[in-house]
Design a protein around this ligand. Structure first.
Ligand SMILES: C[S@@+](CC[C@H](N)C(=O)[O-])C[C@H]1O[C@@H](n2cnc3c(N)ncnc32)[C@H](O)[C@@H]1O
Length: 558
């Protein structure tokens, strides 16, 4: 608590003092407010707390808050203003210097909105829950009902949406609204809001109104005492205004769990605070748990959770940028991306030849593998036009804990189609042989790990995420060499795989079942030896490729 207020003080500069107007609109026992009083950030006349639960009154009595702030504590819903002259006149709402708190999360927003007239009236003026509506969802109401009418009542669809809307997003909007221009907002928020693509619009809305100053990731054990282990962070914002200039860099930090998996130790908080005070102006990067993301611009259209900006993930990309000067996210290649057909309740009928049906198990380091039963017929429902692979497409595994991110350039002569866990990535800006090798290298793989990091814990990636992967643009003479060397391996792989496949077919004809026929072919001494030595040739190529990416070798030397 003290940490959060000290961070807020560092952000606001010296101006946080006894005159500071502070509010926590879901204050519970009031730990943040007590800490404010303790630190001289606000005073009994300027600190306000709201909580919906009447039971917290007892805690206010016990911890002395009732005595200190008595008249400024309200039992009511924190999503609307207290009906009290003191707040609305002497201390106009939406004019707070500091809005701080750990509002509720996890549950749905507000049940039975329509029964609570004040809540209903208040939420009508909120914006975020409307923005999240899927395009066209509300077309009818948007055009059929005139604007005033629309403000007066909500359509049943809107009420339903509000009731299912995450309460933490309503509170985030509430916090932003309560702050004055230049005011500081410190809010504990589930990482999902910071990391999930589906909350992009929430982050966009916040970033239009506030400068993002810092994100401090809290370990799961932080609120263990209250029975929750959700992954959360403290988001520090400064509301935009005439004088409030935003920082160029965003401060990101991860706090480690304390003893026995509990809240972080005091030293941990102090360490982050000290670094923040020192680096808030200087923006050096460095220590393992603290760093700054590149620039505020990086956060546009991107994740805000500190895990994503962990140096382990950011540094390799920075290194490539430094080395090659030009590095682009895959979206700039304007790609066509698709995955295979998903037909619920049915499975494709698998055959031993026909159209190669590419799925997760087919990806090997040296190229694509083929087993019996990896084919479907030309006319199969799974052989959809859009899912058909062309030679030169890059295919990427989009799912699976151990397999996500496996990639290959398609260089076989069979007609082929991707299954539902494999994406086709087709574009003509980047050489596909280079791209596939890059994705297989540690510089590609670290970026898949980055996508999987943090609370999203993705075991699958969507198109948007694949398009966020950065690839350097390298000289064409190196591209040519890479293509040549890599093609050699793919051709050789193709030869061995075909041999293995014929052998498996032979065993199958002789009466073995598919599984054992494949196994026997795989264990064939010559085939196993050839595949083994091809694997070391590939490892060697990959190592040279990485040395080249790192700048250890100026050009790519096969
Ligand atoms: C995580 S706790 C906050 C703990 C607090 N920082 C403390 O020091 O105890 C969230 C609080 O939000 C309150 N709450 C939940 N929904 C609310 C609402 N709509 N308006 C106001 N308070 C609400 C809960 O009663 C709970 O006390």
């Amino acid at each position: 608590m003290g940490f959060t207020l000290e961070m807020a003080r560092a952000i606001a500069g010296v101006s946080l003092n006894k005159g500071t107007r502070v509010i926590d609109p879901a204050c519970g026992a009031g730990a943040f407010l007590l800490s404010g009083l303790d630190k001289g950030i606000g005073s009994p006349a300027t600190i306000f707390g709201i909580d919906i639960d009447a039971k917290v009154r007892d805690e206010w009595e016990l911890n002395g808050l009732a005595e200190d702030l008595g008249r400024n504590l309200y039992i009511q819903n924190g999503l609307y203003d207290p009906d009290d002259n003191r707040v609305s006149e002497k201390l106009p709402l939406r004019q707070f210097d500091l809005v701080v708190g750990n509002p509720p999360y996890g549950g749905f927003g507000v049940r039975e909105v329509e029964k609570d007239k004040r809540l209903f009236n208040s939420l009508r003026t909120y914006e975020l829950w409307r923005l999240g509506t899927r395009a066209n969802d509300d077309q009818d109401s948007l055009f059929a009902v005139d604007v005033l009418e629309r403000l007066r009542r909500l359509t049943p669809k809107e009420v339903e949406r509000l009731e299912r809307f995450p309460v933490e997003v309503l509170f985030l909007e509430r916090f932003v609204r309560l702050a004055k221009a230049g005011g500081v907002i410190a809010i504990v928020i589930p990482d999902g809001i910071l990391a999930n693509v589906k909350f992009d619009y929430v982050r966009g809305w916040v970033a239009e109104r506030c400068h993002v100053v810092a994100v401090v990731s809290l370990p799961r054990g932080t609120f263990r005492g209250t029975g929750t282990t959700a992954k959360t962070s403290i988001l520090f914002l400064r509301k935009k205004g005439a004088k409030a200039r935003g920082p160029k860099h965003v401060f990101m930090a991860q706090l480690d769990e304390g003893k026995d998996g509990g809240p972080p130790d005091k030293e941990e908080f102090d360490f982050v605070l000290k670094n923040f005070r020192e680096k808030f102006k200087g923006y050096a990067s460095g220590s393992p748990i603290i760093w700054t993301s590149t620039t505020t611009d990086d956060l546009w259209d991107n994740r805000w959770d500190a895990d994503y900006w962990d140096p382990t993930f950011v540094e390799p990309v920075k290194l490539l940028k430094k080395r090659f000067g030009k590095i682009i996210p895959l979206k700039e290649t304007d790609p066509f991306i698709t995955y295979g057909a998903i037909i619920t309740g049915r499975k494709p009928k698998l055959k031993d030849s026909g159209v190669f049906y590419i799925h997760i198990e087919n990806f090997m380091p040296t190229g694509l593998d083929i087993s019996l039963g990896n084919f479907i017929s030309e006319k199969s429902d799974w052989n959809k036009d859009r899912a058909r692979v062309k030679k030169g497409d890059v295919v990427i595994v989009r799912a699976g804990e151990g397999s996500l991110g496996k990639s290959e350039v398609y260089y076989l002569d069979f007609p082929a189609t991707v299954g539902c866990f494999v994406d086709i990535f087709r574009q003509d800006v980047i050489n596909p042989f280079f791209l596939a090798l890059f994705l297989k290298s540690k510089y590609g793989q670290v970026q898949f790990r980055r996508l999987k990091s943090g609370v999203t814990g993705l075991t699958n990636v969507n198109f948007y995420e694949i398009k966020s992967i950065y690839v350097p643009l390298i000289p064409s003479k190196d591209i040519e060499r890479i293509e040549r060397a890599y093609k050699k391996i793919l051709r050789k792989n193709d030869m061995i795989i075909r041999k293995k496949w014929s052998l498996a077919k032979k065993y199958y004809r002789e009466g073995k079942n598919r599984l054992s026929a494949d196994k026997m072919a795989n264990e064939d001494a010559i085939i196993a030896k050839e595949l083994g030595s091809l694997r070391s040739v590939f490892q060697d190529l990959l190592r040279k490729f990485e040395l080249f990416l790192e700048g250890e070798n100026k050009s790519f030397i096969p």
